[in-house]
Design a protein around this ligand. Structure first.
Ligand code: SF4
Ligand code: SF4
Length: 256
């Protein structure tokens, strides 16, 4: 059993080739749905196995609980160190993946402001991290639908993760007028606590500190482990957004 380790598929880049389903001999994927990958039995996934992710030609596979610095090789030569009989790898690379998960970058001042600060901090830190041997990757992921939000086990907007771990050890929120306007309902978004103060847009000192701390930390954030419950607050947001647009598909050119 590996309740804190299982594959997570990025549908936006998955080519539905079915290689992951063929690779896994542990019944994690629903074979009936091949070649479309469906993680039907995540509990059967072998802890720290990267077998399917190492084969994925598009880099669409990540792992919940990832703490090794692994990133999809995307066609690079596979690691040899085997973690289980299906040929997975436990090799560690010095990659720093910074993910920015947000609800909206068009009108939400909190999401836009946080992204601006994060981008600035990454720009400043990257040369030093590269000097220390890290490869820094930055990925922005819009939680445009509730399905995407659930897949990323999204709890609150905005969220910053370093190698899969939230940079905040706790979560606090207050009312967000912008996201309320988008969804036509009252919605709470994240606030950041730092040095005894609360910020809707985190100060750059805080982000720099947390990113550097995450580089050396091996700890998992408590609320990113175990079971995930889709927050009622986000449910309200998506319900409201869908009823305003009349569509929940999140497609850019949809409903035009
Ligand atoms: S990581 Fe390994 S055990 Fe888990 S689904 Fe992929 S191949 Fe199967
Ligand atoms: S191997 Fe990768 S691209 Fe192919 S189906 Fe699995 S997740 Fe999708």
């Amino acid at each position: 059993m590996a309740k804190t380790w299982y594959p997570v598929i990025d549908d936006s880049i998955c080519s539905k080739c079915g290689a992951c389903i063929t690779k896994c001999t542990h019944g994690v994927y629903d074979a009936q749905k091949a070649p479309v990958p469906d993680v039907a039995n995540g509990n059967a996934c072998i802890d720290h196995c990267h077998g399917c992710g190492n084969l994925c030609p598009t880099g669409a596979l990540r792992y919940f609980g990832e703490d090794t610095g692994w990133i999809p090789p995307r066609g690079q030569s596979l690691h040899q160190e085997s973690a289980c009989s299906c040929g997975g790898s436990k090799a560690v690379s010095k990659t720093l993946l910074i993910e920015y998960l947000y609800l909206d970058l068009q009108t939400c001042e909190r999401c836009v402001g946080t992204e601006d600060v994060l981008q600035e901090v990454i720009t400043v830190l990257t040369p030093a991290l590269e000097l220390a041997g890290y490869s820094v990757k930055y990925k922005k992921i819009e939680m445009s639908t509730r399905e995407i939000a659930k897949k990323y086990r999204f709890l609150s907007s905005p969220t910053i993760r370093v190698n899969g771990h939230d940079i905040c050890a706790t979560m606090a929120e207050n009312n967000c007028g912008c996201c309320g306007e988008i969804s036509g309902t009252q919605v709470d978004c994240r606030v950041f606590k730092y040095n005894g103060e609360t910020f809707e847009i985190p100060p750059k000192e805080m982000l720099a500190e947390r990113i550097l701390a995450a580089v050396s930390s091996k700890k998992r954030r408590v609320y990113l482990s175990g079971n995930y419950t889709f927050p009622e607050n986000l449910k309200k947001f998506y319900d409201g957004k869908e009823s305003k647009t009349g569509c929940g598909c999140g497609g850019e050119n949809c409903c035009g």
